[in-house]
Ligand binder design. Structure first.
Ligand SMILES: [Zn+2]
Length: 51
């Protein structure tokens, strides 16, 4: 299972299979909306804090 780290609280966020680059997910710990980004294609997803 893929996971990303919340940039706000550093908690691990587990991603569903259908989550992909550009999607917004919510940190299960602090509730911050986070946008998924990727360095290349859909590999190595990272979460960025939304404005
Ligand atoms: Zn968080």
């Amino acid at each position: 299972m893929r996971e990303v780290n919340c940039p706000v609280c550093q908690a691990s966020i587990f991603l569903d299979e259908e989550d992909k680059k550009g999607d917004t997910v919510y940190c299960s710990y602090c509730g911050s909306p986070l946008k998924l980004s990727a360095k290349k294609d859909d590999e190595e997803l990272m979460a960025e804090e939304e404005d």
